[in-house]
Write a protein that binds this ligand. Structure first.
Ligand SMILES: Cc1cc2nc3c(=O)[nH]c(=O)nc-3n(C[C@H](O)[C@H](O)[C@H](O)COP(=O)(O)OP(=O)(O)OC[C@H]3O[C@@H](n4cnc5c(N)ncnc54)[C@H](O)[C@@H]3O)c2cc1C
Length: 473
């Protein structure tokens, strides 16, 4: 048996680790991913403010795979032939290759769709990103130039958030915002900065998951009120729900619900682009393009979800996929960001011009890791002739997230958030859609320690160092 994994991120790499444990003796495991490195994205928010080096957030994949007996191919998939079960690859050295498979895991994550917003992104020089190591290094250099200008006494406007009406990953942008605020205060230049949070979320701390809340000592505490208070205390202006439509040098154009379109002046902007599926081509044996049958319109792969169009009020927990498997090909999976969500978790809004502004569904690191493990377990079941046993929908899966607001073990802080489950399920939890005895929200210095600890624990686990199996996703 040959299992081919496309992408060595949170989903693909986790699947690879578990497959080694489960089927190493029955299967050849091959990982295809460009650049020979794993990136621990959660710490890039610190790289972007120069409080951690980029090298601390990455490790070489080839060494880890050699140790585990996994074949690693440095390159990227371009075309999948689902009937003849093979993948075309463009190697990093420019050569082309074709690899056959019995099982295929598409863990290719997001395509960063900067082109979806005219003028957005590092290639234009208008705005920056923290979505790759290279982008973050560039963001840091330009952020440091802003610090120099501030030290010369020049006032600056800094805008942080998302750069497309349908973007996701607001949590990462929010962490960067708070770390910038923390760093500016530490450097004694915060008074000279007008700092703005520009997001497509319907409310502060929606994070694309319809917000977070908990019950403490009998009182309902919402993320929206907690984080609004935090932003207010830190003099950060809130602009939402807003959809960025264009970025020009020094000007961000956006539409906001209930307002006329705005052109906002700025000196430095970090805006996360829209995520789409990696543009893989799917071909039938005769060369017919069947990509539309394998993906949704956003380019993400169609899996065992219920994609029937519905009104927001009618969305339900069982719409979410259980196995992350293609309904057409039971040997092709798409865990992590690569699968197409059946719908959003957040409520969509519209600007006066009819622009849909919607924080689309994130598939966070923890969730992607759980999906990677689930897929590995089910492939192991298929290989040994058993039934699928390991379903885990977003509406069943809990997720924990530590959102840093300052990288310092004495003066820093972080918000610790637990959602159980990620996607609200009003059938199981009629009142809030979540179990608020498990869901949690906390803020303080302990979170800063936890986030730093998680960096080291997961860098250990993901390099398959001794005991990695006992560290959960
Ligand atoms: C700045 C930042 C901070 C974040 N912080 C957090 C956090 O604190 N907590 C949290 O839970 N989540 C966080 N996230 C989200 C988390 O990183 C993602 O949810 C996670 O990376 C998704 O995993 P994935 O495997 O689907 O995609 P990725 O991790 O992006 O992996 C995709 C893989 O596919 C490879 N690939 C791409 N194209 C191809 C191709 N054609 N062929 C083969 N391989 C390909 C890529 O090189 C990569 O190896 C953050 C994200 C960012 C950007």
């Amino acid at each position: 048996m040959k299992i081919v994994i496309l992408g060595a991120g949170f989903a693909g790499h986790t699947a690879a680790l578990h497959l080694v444990k489960l089927v190493k003796h029955n299967a050849e495991i091959i990982v295809i991913s460009p650049k020979n490195r794993f990136t621990w994205f959660p710490s890039l928010v610190w790289v972007g403010t120069d409080t951690m080096s980029a090298d601390s957030c990455i490790f070489e994949l080839a060494k880890v795979y050699e140790k585990l007996g996994i074949k690693y191919i440095e390159g990227k998939a371009t075309t999948i032939w689902p009937y003849k079960q093979s993948v075309d690859i463009e190697l990093d050295n420019g050569k082309l290759e074709s690899v056959n498979y019995d099982y295929l895991i598409n863990g290719t994550g997001p395509y960063l769709n900067f082109e979806g917003t005219p003028g957005l992104g590092p290639a234009t020089g208008n705005s920056y990103s923290i979505c790759t190591v290279e982008h973050t290094a560039e963001t840091r250099s330009n952020y440091l130039k802003i610090i120099q200008a501030l030290k010369r006494g020049q006032k600056q406007t800094i805008v942080i958030g998302v750069g497309h009406p349908l973007a996701t990953c607001e949590g990462a942008a929010f962490e960067y915002l708070m770390n910038v605020d923390f760093d500016l205060r530490k450097k004694g230049v915060r008074d000279l900065v007008s700092l703005k949070w520009l997001s497509n979320e319907p409310e502060v701390a929606d994070f694309g998951v319809d917000g977070v809340e908990t019950i403490k000592r009998g009182t309902l505490i919402s993320g929206a009120s907690t984080f609004r208070a935090l932003l207010d205390k830190h003099d950060i202006k809130i602009i939402l729900p807003a959809g960025v439509t264009k970025v020009e040098p020094g000007l961000i154009h956006y539409e906001q619900v209930g307002e006329d379109p705005v052109a906002l002046k700025y000196d430095f902007a970090m805006l996360i682009p829209q995520f789409r599926g990696i543009p893989l081509k799917y071909l039938a044996d005769d060369g017919t393009n069947i990509t539309a049958q394998m993906t949704q319109s956003n380019g993400f792969m169609t899996v065992d979800a219920d994609y029937t169009p519905k009104k927001y009020e009618n969305f339900c927990g069982n719409d979410w996929p259980e196995f992350y498997v293609s309904p057409k090909f039971p040997n092709i999976y798409a865990p992590g960001i690569a699968f197409a969500p059946p719908h959003s978790l957040s409520k969509p809004k519209q600007s006066n011009n009819g622009l849909v502004i919607l924080a689309t569904t994130p598939r966070t690191g923890m969730a992607s890791g759980i999906m990677g493990r689930t897929v590995a377990q089910n492939i192991a079941c298929q290989i040994t002739g058993q039934k699928f046993e390991h379903g885990e929908r977003l509406s069943q899966m809990p997720a924990a997230c530590i959102a840093s607001t300052g990288n310092d073990l004495w003066y820093g802080a972080a918000a610790s958030i637990v959602m159980a489950p990620v996607a609200r399920d009003y059938k199981r939890y009629p009142k809030y859609g979540r179990d608020l005895n498990i869901s949690d929200l906390d803020y303080g210095l302990a979170g800063a320690w936890t986030k730093r600890l998680l960096h080291h624990v997961f860098m250990w686990k993901l390099q398959a160092k001794p005991g990695w199996e006992i560290i959960p996703e």
